[in-house]
Ligand binder design. Sequence first.
Ligand SMILES: Cc1ncc(COP(=O)(O)O)c(C=O)c1O
Length: 343
Amino acid sequence: MIDLRSDTITRPTEAMLESMREASYGDDSRDGDETVMNLEALAAERTGKEAGAFMPSGTMTNLVAVLTHAQRGGEVLLESSAHILVSEIGGIAGLAGMFHRGVPGTRGAMDIDALREKIRPMTRNNLGTALVCMETTHNQAGGAVLPLAHMRAVHDLAHEHGVPVHTDGARLFNAAAALGVAASDIAQHTDSVGFCVSKGLSAPVGSVLCGSASFIERARTFRRMVGGNMRQAGPLAAAGIVALETMVDRLTEDHASAKRLAEGLHHINPRLVDPQEVETNLVRVDVSASKRSAAQWSDDLQRKGIRVSPASASTLRFVTHRHIGNTDIDATVGAVAALWTKS
Ligand SMILES: Cc1ncc(COP(=O)(O)O)c(C=O)c1O
């Protein structure tokens, strides 16, 4: 099987398994675990923040960030197709008790004028803006990377209004690789940032929320509230450390694979995908010109040994990662080409 459904399927490396065997078994929820603390310190250093808190998932880093930044009942502004809105089961409302308003955007970047229009203080007639969120790379926008100038503009605007900014950086290191900058160059434009070691970085589980020391101290309370304290999390953190130390530099290989895939598919039919829009390891493919639904494409490709995710009725999502090489990409393009002639 060529599995292009997600980069979360990546298996731990031998070095990760070795470090997991040797990890400490302190109680992260009681007096702390040494390996977890080492991962948190490394994550803080890589993002240029004062502190980090290890969590089980990217969804939880976002939820805890919202709970920590914002008073219940306030309003969160974020791009209309943000992962927090479309894929996190309404936790922002149901669990954090926040109202939200989506801001229209292009390739995941909120329209700054629309954001300026929506940001507002609390009055008798309005909920005040409690938090602004960004997402880079942007999942629904096909792995698009927010330009640093855009992030700076959002951060400056929010701060003019005394509003904090959180960034969902589940694939922060993909964004950094695509921009050719350090993760801290991105994270300087946000008050808090979460990233996952469980995606293209190949660790089995885990995400880290980073921010100021006082923010992370409060975040630890909310992490406990939502059940995120993991007790003997040393082995998971150990894999996360190896992920940060050894797996970041190779992400450009995944981006090159995604580009090769997009170019191959574009060659079959230009309406499938524009390779110029593929910046990282996600490739969104529009199959509407084929008269076959995305679900049918997914089933047909699976019969040829290729797994992809239908992202909408007419869109497929292909994600490249460490277990996908050029041969797999070329086989995938070949399979799509063969099915295309029958569509
Ligand atoms: C942009 C973004 N944010 C958050 C998440 C959630 O991460 P997790 O699956 O670890 O909860 C994902 C997962 O794909 C994502 O793509």
